[in-house]
Design a protein. Structure first.
Length: 98
């Protein structure tokens, strides 16, 4: 599902809101989550899952084209752990479709 499809789905369930309002809400939520995660905090949506940020230590990497070794600094990346309700729903759907 793309962002525009998500906005259309929200609009379908809340016809009193304009598409611009739905997009604004979605963008605001993404911005809030990004800022919250960038400070090292977790973001939990009960039943859906938990978003957190993790860190990779500094290391030496190799350029695959030239073979040159490069020192890469510490980096942060987002992580997601699904909640029990989401896992149960996925497993129920998956077992029925087999």
């Amino acid at each position: 599902m793309t962002k525009s499809e998500l906005v259309a789905n929200i609009k379908l369930h809340f016809p009193e809101l304009s598409e611009a309002d739905c997009l604004l809400c979605l963008n605001q939520m993404i911005t809030f989550m990004s800022e919250h995660l960038s400070t090292g905090n977790k973001f939990e949506i009960r039943g859906f899952g938990t978003f957190s940020s993790k860190h990779r230590a500094a290391r030496i990497v190799r350029n695959p084209r030239t073979g040159e070794k490069i020192q890469r600094g510490e980096t942060a990346y987002p992580s997601f752990k699904s909640g029990k309700m989401l896992r149960d729903r996925l497993n129920k759907t998956f077992s029925v479709s087999l």
